[in-house]
Design a protein around this ligand. Structure first.
Ligand SMILES: *Cc1c(COP(=O)(O)O)cnc(C)c1O
Length: 393
């Protein structure tokens, strides 16, 4: 198809990265093979030494996985992409590829729960330490920098309160000190936000969420300049958390509809957020697409819309929030997000249930807070489903 820069996002999502085999298949082929055969001993030697490009073993590369990597790289505007078994393994791979014993991370205090656990309980064992700072205060990031700080890690908008990190401002702070900026772009996807264009060095994804979009498989990815992704590839090739070919094939199909899904789900979310904000049983709505969001103006400069995640506080506490959850016939009660099926979560008793009530309060996660990840159902049906529980408050 030629250079990816010649095409728009819609076209890249459907076409980028496809390599047809000798059979001329129209849909991308699924190569379920763990290893590859060489024409001769000499070719095997050239492939192993890296002198000749080509597939060797599926822990290193697989043609279906390569197609997914190329397509996602095109969408993120990245020189390169390396796929991983899950979002968490993408984050782990970036850290172990680029950091060593004694290095320091400055990270947002509003990260995905497992990322916090990874930094605090696993990476800490290798002598890599992390300081958590406010997502929304670039001066706090600057103040937390030490001589051994090598990496900034952020996720914007955050989960579940949709706080926005100023990617341009944080990148400016980091660049002056040679610190890598890594952005988890799970919530926005490249359809709404392209962190590399805003100055970030690497983007990580949980492909499990919107990139698949239909709740079928786990996957992850790291996108950025080749000199940075190359180190991630070396780690993966040796440590092994690579993406399976089958999952890559599912994710390729997911990417084909990414733009229409994310745009339609965000449009649904915008309607629901405005409706909730006007609802007499709701005290507060957290949605970056609403003018009442404290960082509405900043959000407009770095993401194309508010996205599909809406959080809101009901008037009351756990009992009232659970009433809304338990009266849903349609919304799925699950902590997953990014699916075409709308999901509802009570963060204080699930995703944020293991932290102390004090820490929860400090993080702004109240007992009345609910998070919905809006899908593709008719907005009227979603509203009717939520109204059943809200009417009881
Ligand atoms: C789910 C999620 C992850 C982890 O991804 P897995 O694919 O479940 O390993 C990381 N970051 C964010 C923001 C997520 O929502």
């Amino acid at each position: 198809m030629g250079a990816t820069s010649d095409y728009r996002m819609e076209t890249l999502a459907v076409r980028a990265g496809q390599e047809r085999s000798q059979f001329g298949e129209h849909s991308e082929a699924l190569y379920l093979t763990s290893s590859f055969v060489f024409k001769s001993a000499a070719q095997a030697a050239r492939r192993f030494s890296g002198e000749e490009e080509g597939n060797v073993y599926a822990r290193f590369s697989n043609p279906t996985v390569s197609m997914f990597e190329e397509r996602l790289a095109a969408l993120e505007g990245a020189e390169d992409c390396v796929a991983t078994a899950s979002g968490m393994s993408a984050i782990m791979a970036v850290c172990l590829a680029h950091l060593k014993n004694g290095d320091h991370i400055v990270a947002s205090g509003s990260l995905f729960g497992a990322t916090v656990q990874l930094f605090n309980n696993i990476l800490s064992r290798t002598g890599i330490t992390t300081t958590f700072v406010s997502q929304t205060d670039p001066a706090a990031w600057d103040a937390a920098i030490r001589p051994e700080t090598k990496l900034f890690f952020l996720e914007t908008p955050s989960n579940p309160l949709t706080e926005i990190a100023d990617i341009r401002a944080l990148t400016a702070v980091a660049r002056a000190k040679g610190i890598l900026v890594v952005v988890d772009n799970c919530f926005c996807t490249p359809i709404l936000q392209r962190p590399l264009e805003l100055g970030a060095d690497l983007v990580v994804h949980s492909a499990t969420k919107y990139l698949d979009g239909q709740g079928r498989v786990l996957g992850g990815a790291v996108c950025g300049a080749r000199n940075l992704t190359e180190e991630v590839f070396k780690y993966l090739r040796t440590a092994g958390p690579t993406l399976s070919a089958f999952n890559a094939w599912v994710l390729l199909k997911g990417l084909e509809t990414l733009k229409i899904r994310v745009e339609a789900q965000s449009a649904n979310a915008a309607v629901i957020a405005a409706w909730l904000e006007a609802h007499p049983k709701v005290s507060r709505v957290f949605y970056p697409g609403l003018p009442s969001h404290p960082q509405y103006e900043l959000a407009k400069t770095q993401q194309k819309s508010g996205g599909a995640i809406v959080s809101f506080e009901v008037k009351g506490a756990r009992e009232q929030a659970w009433q809304v959850v338990d009266n849903c016939h349609l919304l799925s009660i699950t902590a997953n997000l990014g699916d075409t099926k709308t999901t509802i979560t009570h963060p204080a008793s699930t995703t944020h249930g293991r932290i102390t009530p004090e820490a929860r309060a400090a993080a702004g996660i109240s007992e009345g807070l609910l998070r919905i990840a809006v899908g593709l159902e008719a907005v009227e049906d979603l509203q009717a489903d939520l109204e059943r529980g809200l009417a009881l408050i």
